[in-house]
Design a protein around this ligand. Structure first.
Ligand SMILES: [Zn+2]
Length: 65
């Protein structure tokens, strides 16, 4: 079985796309890729912000002792 075109569903919208020839893989298009990256960055920003706040609280707690 010689499969030249591997087709995979886009993880964001589910559209079946040609995996090997797709520059936006595993997404179907630039739009899906950017949308996913955007939501990931927002999440990352949220996590790092709350992490920073926890660290600040730790510093304050240590300073009180
Ligand atoms: Zn898509």
């Amino acid at each position: 079985m010689a499969e030249k075109s591997i087709k995979r569903p886009c993880p964001r919208c589910g559209t079946i796309v040609n995996f090997s020839e797709n520059p936006f893989r595993p997404f179907c298009s630039k739009r899906c890729k950017m949308a996913d990256l955007g939501s990931w960055l927002k999440e990352e920003y949220y996590i790092s912000t709350s992490f920073f706040e926890v660290k600040m609280e730790e510093q304050i707690a240590k300073g009180d002792k």
